[in-house]
Write a protein that binds this ligand. Structure first.
Ligand code: MN
Length: 224
């Protein structure tokens, strides 16, 4: 049960009754995280903090910055908020066995007044303030693709100044926490390095991404 009906009937600026949610100043600092996860298949786990948990969707192809691309996002089980900092190796035989990278992290803001109602209605609009992903996005429920276990949604970038045709999953393959690739994380965590490496961009692509970053850093430094 959500609190939307309770909240709709009350003006919490006027009544001393509790709103039952996080205080307004915390709402503006809700975290989001995207964990690149190579288990049986490569996917990106997209998680939004809400009501003390992380709402979670598995996005097989990862996010696209193009507003004309819709990326399938399967709703999966909620995760604890602390999971947002998990990066490492899940041992063989365990659920989700494989390598996990914190691919992007930041805060998010709903663009609609009632998140619980939006989730129920199947259209959640929000703004991301991450290191890689920024600007306006939407998750739209698409019942047609849903299975019995998971409901299917589409993750779509809205057209704004952060929309782009470049492939950010290839251009920015590194962890935002540790600047490691999947293979590095597997090596450090005693995982399957070869398998993890299959989820990283090809070596020359990674080198190029790295040197592009280095070039833009030095270009910035050169600016007066
Ligand atoms: Mn996963």
């Amino acid at each position: 049960m959500s609190l939307s009906e309770y909240r709709k009937k009350r003006n919490f600026r006027v009544t001393p009754e509790p709103s039952g949610g996080p205080p307004a100043e915390e709402i503006s600092r809700l975290i989001f995280v995207i964990q690149k996860h190579l288990s049986s298949h490569l996917h990106y786990d997209f998680r939004l903090e809400w009501n003390g948990i992380l709402l979670s969707w598995a996005v097989p192809k990862g996010p696209s910055l193009s507003s004309s691309v819709k990326r399938l996002a399967m709703r999966v089980e909620d995760h604890p908020v602390e999971y947002a900092n998990f990066e490492g190796v899940i041992p063989e035989g365990e659920y989700g066995a494989g390598t996990v990278m914190v691919w992007d992290k930041g805060t998010w803001e709903p663009e609609i007044p009632d998140v619980d109602a939006a989730l129920k209605e199947g259209e959640l609009k929000f703004t991301l303030l991450g290191k890689k992903l920024k600007g306006s996005w939407v998750l739209v429920h698409t019942p047609g693709y849903s299975s019995t276990r998971h409901s299917a949604w589409l993750l779509i970038k809205h057209e704004d100044r952060y929309a782009s045709k470049r492939d950010i999953t290839l251009d920015e393959p590194y962890s935002v926490l540790t600047h490691r690739l999947l293979a590095d994380i597997a090596r450090d965590g005693g995982g399957d390095v070869k398998k993890a490496a299959s989820g990283d961009p090809s070596a020359d692509r990674a080198v190029r991404a790295s040197s592009t970053k280095a070039a833009s850093v030095s270009a910035r430094k050169r600016q007066p």
